[in-house]
Each structure stands twice: as structure tokens, then as C-alpha cells.
Ligand binder design. Structure first.
Ligand code: MG
Ligand code: ZN
Length: 222
């Protein structure tokens, strides 16, 4: 019974995701769904990414959180167009479903955007199950989280198109094996591109930015 309900929820979501995909195709905007556990540094990674991409690439952001507009406020400082979804008013869902995206995307007005980034709610579990009509999925993991996370949350790393290992500036102070976590990611998803960065010191950003720019160009021709 429970499995059937879950299946129907995901099927309904897929229909909405297809509508989003069509909308994003019409608007010729490349959409990235950015996911992670809470506290991995998604927002800081995004802030630095936006500053480095703009104005060459015109970026908008939809931020998902259960409560607060803290992340949207931080992102707005970069000059990007930002809108916040709080799921609190819809029952406090711990993921963004496809039907929540379209109104925010319309509100942002995707006509003058090349790239739309959706900062999903911090959670390594169900965001991986909900297609939002995105072109690419990015997962952020930080070195303070433990090397076995890709093995514990394999779906997230399986559906990801790219992974970011953040906070590498902390490696000298931790017993964290960066090679092991990358090996674990590749065990789950063999050809997953992994970029090791520090959003704080801005180390390692170039390959990640290059990857993003190529993807935006491949879809939009810009
Ligand atoms: Mg955040
Ligand atoms: Zn959820």
C-alpha cells in the first residue's frame, strides 16, 4: 500500500517535471539541481560560483528551504536574480517537488537567463528521487561529513551528473581521506566528475566553472 502511494507520488511528480523541462527548453535556459546534506557549504559554493560566472553567464537561483530566507538573502548580494521557496507553508517537505518549481521560475522570468540553479533543501535522501525537470544534478559533499556517505546514500551519487567535494582547506586538520571518498563516489557512479574545492579560499574552482560553462553552452548555444 505504502509503496503504491509513493509510486503514485513519483509518477505525478514526473508529469510536472516534464512540464518544467518543456518550459526550460522553450526559455533556452540550462537548469542545475544542486543537492547536499545540510551544512556542506552549498550556499557559499553558489555565492562564489555566481560571482565568477556573471556577467558573462546570466544566472538565476531558486532556493529551497523549509524555513527562513537566509540563503536567498546571502545569494542576492551577488547580484543574481534570486527567489526563495519555503516548504513550511506546504507541510514542511524536506525536498523540492517539480510542481513547486514552475511558479518560481516564472517569477524569476527565465527569458534573460542562461543558467538557472535550484539550491535544493539540505538532505541526501529524497531530493534524489524527485525529478524537477533539470538538465543536470550536482551533489555537494564536504570533508567534514565522512568518507562513507556515497555508500550510505548511493541513490544521490548515482543520479548526480557532477560532484563537488567542498571545504578542502580543512583537510590538514582532519582525519579525512579525500582519495577514499572519491573512490567511494566512483564505486557508486564510475565516471562521475568530481571537483575538489574550497568555497572559502576559492581553491579549485576553475575546473568546476569550466564544466558548468560547457554544459550551458551545449544546451543554449550561448
Ligand atoms: Mg544553503
Ligand atoms: Zn523529502
Amino acid at each position: 500500500m505504502e509503496i503504491n502511494i509513493q509510486k503514485r507520488v513519483l509518477e505525478a511528480n514526473e508529469t510536472e517535471a516534464d512540464k518544467n523541462r518543456k518550459f526550460f527548453k522553450d526559455k533556452n535556459v540550462f537548469v542545475v539541481n544542486m543537492m547536499s546534506s545540510p551544512g556542506s557549504g552549498k550556499t557559499e559554493t553558489l555565492c562564489k560560483t555566481l560571482v565568477k560566472l556573471m556577467p558573462d553567464i546570466r544566472v538565476g537561483v531558486i532556493v529551497g528551504d523549509i524555513c527562513t530566507t537566509n540563503d536567498a538573502d546571502r545569494l542576492e548580494v551577488t547580484g543574481a536574480k534570486v527567489t526563495q521557496i519555503n516548504t513550511d507553508q506546504f507541510g514542511g517537505d524536506c525536498h523540492l517537488a517539480a510542481n513547486l518549481i514552475i511558479d518560481s521560475a516564472k517569477q524569476l522570468g527565465c527569458d534573460d537567463l542562461d543558467l538557472l540553479i535550484v539550491e535544493n533543501i539540505g538532505n541526501l535522501v529524497c531530493p534524489a528521487e524527485f525529478d524537477i525537470g533539470e538538465d543536470a544534478r550536482a551533489v555537494v559533499l564536504s570533508v567534514t561529513e565522512g568518507e562513507d556517505k556515497p555508500l550510505k546514500y548511493p541513490l544521490m551519487f548515482r543520479v548526480a551528473d557532477v560532484a563537488i567535494l567542498n571545504k578542502i582547506d580543512l583537510l590538514p586538520y582532519l582525519d579525512f581521506d579525500a582519495k577514499l571518498v572519491v573512490d567511494n563516489m566512483k564505486q557508486v557512479h564510475p565516471h562521475l566528475p568530481v571537483f575538489e574545492i574550497s568555497a572559502k579560499t576559492e581553491e579549485g574552482f576553475e575546473p568546476w566553472l569550466e564544466w558548468l560553462k560547457i554544459k550551458v553552452f551545449e544546451k543554449t548555444g550561448r
